[in-house]
Design a protein around this ligand. Structure first.
Ligand code: FAD
Ligand code: ZN
Length: 471
């Protein structure tokens, strides 16, 4: 390490404390690799500040030294956004120690939390206040709220409550020059010019560091029912969605599509799981919730599913008879990413389309990839109710998989061109990070790219915030 780097790290240690500057490879390894093991990077150090003032001082000092900063939350992102690249002097700034609950305002139904609280801890804090924080995803035990906001995360509650962006009233952000923007307003109405918080939400750490947020809460659900439903194909699933929406209205809180092959992967890699309805090509996990305790929700769901079976939209259905059974249905859905990771690498796509066009997408994409890559396994699942599919490709035999992974650009072209032709997006909820930074240039207009670049230059003229990501 050069003397300039030494003196920078020494200066940073005076801000965050000696023990919070990690340089030993044994300490830094997990910060320099992403969750899937696809991205590996290097940095001068990992810094773990404990307060927003420390974050601000670190950023100011790095800015003065022209050293770039990679913000990192729970490091569960799927696009390499939190992994340093090592192509220029960088530090990783972990938000893990900024994990305090600052305020609960029950009458206002808001929580003020620091960025490093895990999503699960935020959900727990809301529940303790008798309310609900309506963002939910399989990585919630380790993903942090700051990471959720920075990726504008989606997950399984979007159908009813919207994505992360919809849950935020205010933000506190350390800007790339080290100043703190105190935007922690707890207001549902505030039309006083540009709504700056939305610039930072979904920016993947390229415009500043979120240090705290005011989150809006929802009434706690007091009744719920969950079903595992077999369907013939995605077209039938869309009909089922329309029928349930009509019968159950806003109570419909999750509608997740799962291809048979996903269930098989989960059963193989997570031995404690069981198959509730063997032998069907597709499944839908349906959840309905009500904030009234009045009974009858399972019966309402059962009646609607009965009609769906009669009409031929559903082939069979099981309504969970206990919370444990409902949890086991959710486990099947939520373990898919983990099972796939254990199976080996895959080519991941995270696409969104108008719900009405998903069946056509699946048909046409299926034909295209099968003819380009004979024998390919399509692992398709996701948030059908939001028009969002995870469309992952792998070869069943490990020996063939490396060649498929090498053909990622070709596979992306087939899938993403079709998505574009059907007026969809090539990143529904995971973001761009490093993974889709080049890819997006084919699909966004020159004008949109220019506006994004101008916003980046306006806020971060030195380009020190998370370089090489998004733009
Ligand atoms: P990280 O991975 O640490 O960072 C993600 C990005 O945000 C990086 O660019 C990073 O630089 C930036 N960042 C992090 N914290 C801050 C901050 N405080 N200020 C500024 N920038 C910051 N995602 C979904 O949307 N829906 C899902 O259903 C879903 N399911 C998943 C299931 C599994 C099993 C896994 C492993 C991941 C899943 N994800 C899902 C992806 C991931 O969990 C989300 O993107 C999550 O929001 C990332 O949070 P994190 O704290 O881990 O962020
Ligand atoms: Zn998802």
């Amino acid at each position: 390490m050069e003397t300039a780097d030494h003196s920078l790290l020494h200066g940073l240690a005076t801000i965050v404390g000696e023990g919070q500057v990690l340089v030993d490879p044994a300490d830094t390894a997990s910060y320099y690799e992403d969750w899937r093991g696809r991205y590996h990077g290097r940095a001068l150090a990992v810094l773990r500040p404990g307060t927003r003032e420390e974050v601000a001082a670190v950023v100011a000092r790095c800015a003065a030294a022209q050293v770039a900063i990679v913000p990192q939350g729970g490091n569960t992102g799927l696009c390499g956004g939190a992994t340093p690249q090592g192509t220029r002097p960088e530090v990783v700034l972990s938000l893990a120690r900024l994990n305090r609950l600052r305020e609960i305002d029950v009458a206002n139904a808001t929580l003020t939390v620091e960025a490093g609280m895990t999503l699960f801890a935020v959900q727990e804090a809301a529940a303790e206040a008798g309310l609900r924080f309506a963002l939910s995803l399989a990585a919630e035990g380790s993903a942090q709220i700051g990471g959720n906001l920075s990726t504008n995360a989606g997950g399984t509650a979007v159908l009813r409550y919207g994505n992360a962006r919809q849950q935020v009233l205010g933000l506190e952000v350390v800007l790339p020059d080290g100043r703190i923007w105190h935007g922690l307003r707890a207001l549902r109405k505030d039309n006083t010019g540009y709504d700056l918080k939305h610039l930072f939400i979904g920016a993947e750490g390229t415009l500043g560091i979120i240090t705290a947020a005011v989150l809006q809460l929802q009434p706690r659900p007091k009744a719920s029912a969950t079903a595992w439903v077999a369907v013939a194909d995605a077209g039938a699933a869309v009909h089922l969605l329309m029928r349930l929406r009509d019968a159950l209205g806003e109570r419909l809180s999750a509608f997740e599509l799962v291809a048979r092959v996903c269930v098989e992967l989960v059963l193989e890699h997570l031995p404690e799981t069981r198959d509730p309805l063997p032998g069907f090509p597709w499944y839908v996990l349906v959840e309905v919730q009500d904030s009234l305790a009045a009974g009858g929700l399972p019966e309402l769901l059962e009646a609607a599913l009965g009609e769906s079976v009669t009409a031929g939209d559903a082939l069979d259905a099981l309504i969970a008879q206990s919370q444990a059974q409902a949890a086991s249905f959710w486990r099947l859905r939520e373990a898919i990413s983990e099972a796939q990771k254990r199976e080996g690498f895959s080519i991941k796509h995270d696409v969104s389309l108008p719900v009405s066009r998903l069946p056509e997408f699946l048909d046409r994409a299926g034909e295209a990839v099968a003819s380009a890559f004979p024998g390919v396994r399509v692992v398709a699942f996701g948030h059908l109710g939001d028009g969002n599919l995870h469309y992952n490709l792998a070869m069943p035999r490990r020996a063939d998989n490396a060649a498929l992974i090498d053909a990622t650009p070709q596979a992306n072209r087939l899938v993403h061109d079709l998505v574009a032709a059907l007026s969809g997006s090539i990143s529904a909820e995971h973001g761009l990070g490093q993974l889709k930074r080049e890819e997006i240039r084919r699909y966004k207009s020159a004008l949109e790219l220019e506006l994004m670049a101008r916003i980046k230059r306006a806020l971060d003229p030195q380009g020190i915030m998370n370089p090489g990501k998004v733009l």
